[in-house]
Design a protein around this ligand. Structure first.
Ligand SMILES: NS(=O)(=O)c1ccc(C(=O)O)c(S(=O)(=O)NCCc2ccccc2)c1
Ligand SMILES: [Zn+2]
Length: 260
């Protein structure tokens, strides 16, 4: 299947600096080959405790739209799974395509999804701030959830209804009391591997946890993502689509699965 044309240069300026990290050995995203993943019986169930009142606002950062959380205390945290300690939720955002045939960053056996949700968490035990954690070896945990075309997603709709308020780059809207747990599939199965941020600074500080089962969203909800703009008000409009990084080499890594 033909992937989206890799038009990084004419995407958001953020991507013009998109150089492959010279010497990178654990870059993301990757294609997860199901049969090459190794079941690890020591992987625990992932435990997620998000406090909806820690939700602060949604903003368009010119690359995606992000929902930011108050991470000044251990209120919205994940633990268990492959993790040594708990991690605090900092923000979540999405990657999507111009059409339903592509959009996700990770793939499973070369299958690509129309969109992918990333929930970004940082390690408050080994770092004193998010900014510090992105430079630490296992400073970050990002949970990836695939989105597939299907039924209307009622939980997502509250987010979709707020998108017109952040149409342009650097716009922000208050968004309180949202529980991102509603965006999690009920199936507990996941893959996990050591990787990187998929946006600059592309630091190799991320433990990725990719959920096996996608959530379903409907066509209208995907179209609303595609109505956002990379550009600021007053600039020539560029639709915010195809904001995903191309696949990176697996190199010397093994993807572990929490399920047989
Ligand atoms: N696809 S991903 O999960 O790798 C990812 C994508 C975007 C961002 C981002 O902040 O824009 C992030 S981030 O929230 O980790 N920020 C990374 C860049 C950054 C560092 C320090 C302060 C602000 C932004 C992560
Ligand atoms: Zn992301």
């Amino acid at each position: 299947l033909q992937r989206a044309p890799c038009r990084y240069a004419d995407l958001h300026p953020l991507w013009q600096s998109e150089l492959s990290v010279s010497g990178g050995t654990r870059q993301s995203p990757i294609n997860i080959q199901w049969r090459d993943s190794v079941y690890d019986p020591h992987l625990k169930p992932l435990k997620i405790h998000y406090d909806p009142t820690t939700c602060l606002y949604i903003w368009n950062n010119g690359y995606s739209f992000q929902v930011e959380f108050d991470d000044s205390a251990d209120k919205s945290v994940i633990m268990g799974g492959p993790l040594e300690n708990h991690y605090r939720l900092k923000q979540f955002h999405f990657h999507w395509g111009a059409i339903n045939e592509w959009g996700s960053e990770h793939m499973v056996d070369s299958k690509v999804y129309p969109a992918e949700l990333h929930l970004v968490h940082w390690n408050p035990v080994t770092s004193t701030s998010f900014e510090e954690a992105i430079m630490e070896n296992n400073g970050l945990v990002v949970i990836g959830v695939f989105l597939k075309l299907g039924a209307h997603h009622a939980g997502l709709q509250k987010l979709v209804d707020a998108l017109p308020a952040v149409k342009h780059k650097d716009t922000i809207v208050e968004f309180d009391v949202f529980d991102p747990s509603c965006l999690m599939p009920s199936c507990p199965d996941y893959w996990t591997y050591d990787g990187s941020l998929t946006t600059p600074p592309l630091t190799e500080s991320v433990t990725w946890i990719i959920k096996k089962t996608p959530i379903e969203v409907d066509q209208n909800q995907l179209e609303e993502f595609r109505m956002l703009l990379f550009t600021s008000a007053g600039e020539e409009e560029k639709r915010m689509v195809d904001n995903f990084r191309p696949l990176q080499p697996l190199m010397n890594r093994t993807v572990r699965s929490s399920f047989r």
